[in-house]
Write a protein that binds this ligand. Structure first.
Ligand SMILES: [Mg+2]
Length: 274
């Protein structure tokens, strides 16, 4: 295997936890960058603009611009703008996602659907429904999405996480909303932008401008971060700072290429490729 020239980092549980950088994350990333490695950060959450992640990383000591970050909302917008730029989208999502998708030049029709949400409305002009993590979910939104889907609208999602980890537990994420609409309509979501889709990795590779075999995916979750890195033909490293323990990794049929205590171990790994 060639030495990786680029690194894709998961954020929560890999680079930081809550508001604090994980041990040696700042130093490890700085050292990789001194070695000339390209870095990109990925988040499955469509709730915040990329600027906010860039500011957070910079505040922790990892200098980052919005271009160094991709979110599931960004990936969906980036992809649709290049493949299906003319679809009218109905979005079950928060304001930031609407802004994100509009920023890619996409058309959102949420405002024009002012019919009574207790009735069988006619989702005039809705070509596709986008389902996302939405803490402002309402019956009006569910019914509108339902009516559009039963009339044949395309079915996209930013992310399919069941819950979003929070201090003290977790809160419902997009997975339940997708499942509810699939259950009600018999339809299946046809495009998932976020982890563990190949799409988010393919957009990440485009942003890094590197082939998959020259990139290492670094994350704390085996079933998302490591799985999608492997599926995309990347090298993989699991960090023990988050969701995975050594015994979970030992049970895997296709284990990651590297197991690291934290991101501080990455620069040392590069010597193995010399
Ligand atoms: Mg994580």
């Amino acid at each position: 295997m060639p030495a990786p020239d680029g690194f894709i980092f998961d954020l929560d549980g890999t680079v930081y936890l809550g508001e604090s950088a994980l041990p040696n994350a700042v130093e490890g990333i700085a050292e990789l960058r001194r070695m000339g490695k390209r870095t990109l950060f990925v988040s499955n959450k469509p709730l915040e603009p990329r600027e906010k992640y860039a500011r957070k990383l910079t505040g922790l000591g990892i200098a980052a611009s919005p271009d160094d970050v991709i979110t599931s909302g960004f990936v969906l917008g980036y992809h649709l703008a290049r493949t299906e730029p003319d679809l009218n989208l109905y979005v079950v999502g928060e304001q930031n996602l609407l802004n994100e998708l509009r920023g890619h030049g996409l058309k959102i029709v949420n405002e024009f659907l002012d019919q009574d949400p207790m009735e069988v409305i006619d989702p005039i002009g809705v070509d596709a429904v986008v389902v996302a993590f939405d803490r402002t979910l309402t019956y009006r939104k569910l019914n509108t999405a339902y009516q559009a889907l039963v009339k044949g609208a395309r079915f996209f999602a930013t992310n399919a996480d069941k819950m979003c980890p929070m201090p003290g537990g977790g809160i419902p994420d997009a997975g339940g909303t997708i499942a509810a609409l699939e259950h009600m309509t018999g339809r299946t979501v046809e495009l998932l932008a976020g982890k563990p889709s190949k799409l988010i990795m393919s957009v990440a590779l485009q942003r890094l401008d590197l082939p998959a075999e020259r990139v290492m995916m670094v994350g704390d979750r085996l079933e998302t971060d490591i799985f999608m890195g492997q599926q995309s033909g990347m090298q993989t490293a699991v960090t023990l700072t988050g969701a995975s323990k050594r015994e979970d990794i030992a049970r895997m049929t296709t284990p990651p290429d590297h197991i690291i205590e934290n991101l501080g171990d990455l620069p040392g790994l590069m010597a193995q490729y010399a």
